[in-house]
Write a protein that binds this ligand. Sequence first.
Ligand code: ATP
Ligand code: MG
Length: 431
Amino acid sequence: MEHIDEVLNDAWVGKEIEVRGWVHRERGSNKMKFILLRDSTNYVQCVFNRNDFEKIWNEIDHVQVETSIIVRGELKKDERAPTGYEVRVKSYEIVGKSENFPITKDQSIEFLADNRHLWLRSSKMMAILKIRSTVFGAIHEYFRGEGFYEYQSPIFQAVQCEGGSELFSVNYFDRKDVFLAQTWQLYAEPAIFSLEKIYTIAPSFRAERSKTSRHLTEYWHAEMEVAWADFDTIINYGEACVKHIVKRVLEKNERELKILERDTSKLELAVKKPFVRMTYTDALKVLDEKFGMKIEWGKDLRTIEEEKLTTLYDVPIICTRYPKKVKAFYMIEDPENPDVVLGVDFLAPDGYGEIIGGSQREHDIEKIKARLVEAGEDPSQYEFYLDTRRYGSVPHGGFGLGVERVVRWICGLDTIKDAIPFPRTIERYKP
Ligand code: ATP
Ligand code: MG
């Protein structure tokens, strides 16, 4: 038994092969039947000649899309075949029948979402899922290569970190103060005193009420945290990590990027060129100068502004030093300007938006307590976390990268929903 992609080359021409997979397309006449067979590696056209199968022609004639089948025959070269070769079938076995597969051409987006479990078989989803797999692999490879330990934080959490309005509470044996993780951060910081450099890839949950093309309620979050790190060190890890991910996808997924019609020259720039670095305050100036958009200093950048900004550059933008009041309590003040914090967002080009959020953390216990109070939190709820500032506090920081945000950008997808097998949003939690 061979995988289809293994045999699609001249060395196999004239040889007997055996392949198995699913009928991706079929068409026939009363003399011939053409099946485009799909497995996880590629497609190959299989040709059944009626003369060879006269007695069982009825069965062959009725083979429908998504039937699983094993096929044996001789491989021929044929320019007209979709992948340049075809199998002249000598024998076959139907493994699992398929009748009236619900997905046919030109279905609505809604219908495809309802049938997501079947839509995963489409060329588009196959290409995206393969790229997604490369992205996960590249993240692990990058951090392990840099000497990070993989570390896991809890998903059930009793504190909140990124703003209460987007918390999912859980019915935890009738308790109401348990939430699904929005980030690993408060449970990651304690571990750097043990492991120094840690990372994870885990689900994060956010009750996003607005319908946008970049928010899911459940997404995969690649997060890192490093002891003894200053702001630039954290930013440099982020840039190198994104470059490594894109590089790996370009190496491993040329075919998939082609199926998705992605312009890869743009992705190559993200590997080769340094990312653009600017402060929030610079960003406001640029927005004013180039687009006449006047934003009051202190307001967070909205999607529309971020999108505009990213159209000016062909590589991601690393935007730093945001106003303190728009960022989370744990971000450290800039020693040179207490109105801003050493927080950073990475913005992908062409309007794909934020892919990374990170910061250097406030490591002084009194300052962080004051920030918690300013944020309307009760510091006594954070006792375990404050212990990180009580016993051997060190400068440190980290970032979170939204895996689906990166997959969406790399694949050039209209919506983040296509970057995950079963997207969850405010209105979609099935199938
Ligand atoms: P946004 O402003 O886009 O809502 P955020 O500031 O809430 O993002 P962070 O809290 O910094 O995001 O989270 C870290 C990263 O996680 C983000 O840079 C992004 O890549 C990803 N992310 C955040 N929220 C979502 C979401 N709802 N769906 C998918 N990815 C997300
Ligand atoms: Mg958000």
